[in-house]
Ligand binder design. Structure first.
Ligand SMILES: O=C(CO)[C@H](O)[C@H](O)COP(=O)(O)O
Ligand SMILES: [Fe+2]
Length: 217
């Protein structure tokens, strides 16, 4: 079963509650929350206060994608704010195993993320310890970028490791997902699709969500 996680990065921030409730009613499975610090990526977005503010307005899991340096400093704040998943970039963690267990100790599911240019080998040792692997299909920092198709082979690599070792790990892709690229990502082995502009940029969010879902079924 493929899950779809609309990214609120492309939502109307002045109407965030309504935007989230609209995609929830339209059949979204998770809500993807992009946290950027202006250092790890060249953009600044939102922090734990926004996660806390939206938490009461949806029953969907909040999938928090931290694009920040030294993420350990903020993990407990995002957990207390109501995150269900917290994912950290391998490139931002000097002690990845410690950070993943720091997330789990908060009672939150832990994810690891890699950029398009980072090889799967960099996360292979941590795969038995995580709940989620997020493979970036754009360079992080902005919504509305073009899907980097070279990442498809990395999705297949992660799927093979997960299946061979019978790991309970979701494989998520993020960046440039639309009804065409979704199909390729799912065929390669992804089971969670983040989509920002393809959903929030559409006037009919229900139609946009179901177009992505039916393209990969
Ligand atoms: O992490 C992200 C960017 O760094 C976003 O989740 C992603 O870009 C979603 O936007 P779109 O679907 O428009 O590409
Ligand atoms: Fe993201």
């Amino acid at each position: 079963m493929v899950k779809i996680a609309p990214s609120i990065l492309s939502a109307d921030f002045a109407r965030l509650k309504d935007e989230i409730q609209e995609v929830e009613q339209a059949g979204a499975d998770w809500i993807h929350v992009d946290v950027m610090d202006g250092h790890f990526v060249p953009n600044i977005t939102l922090g734990p206060l926004i996660v806390e503010a939206i938490r009461p307005h949806t029953s969907l899991p909040l999938d928090v994608h931290l694009m920040i340096e030294q993420p350990d400093r903020y993990i407990s704040q995002f957990a207390k704010a109501g995150a269900d998943y917290i994912s950290v970039h391998q490139e931002a963690c000097s002690h990845l195993h410690r950070t993943i267990y720091h997330i789990k100790e908060q009672g939150v599911k832990a994810g690891v993320v890699i950029n398009p240019a980072t090889p799967v080998a960099m996360i292979e040792p941590i795969l038995p310890d995580v709940d989620l692997v997020l493979l970036m299909t754009v360079n992080p920092g902005f919504g509305g970028q073009k899907f980097i198709s070279n990442v498809l082979s990395k999705i297949s690599q992660v799927r093979q490791i997960v299946n061979e070792n019978d790991l309970k790990v979701d494989i998520e892709v993020d960046g440039g997902i639309n009804k065409e690229t979704a199909k390729d990502a799912v065929k390669a082995g992804a089971n969670v699709l983040v989509a920002g502009s393809a959903i929030f940029g559409a006037s009919d969010r229900r139609q946009a969500l179901s177009a992505i879902r039916s393209s990969c079924e």
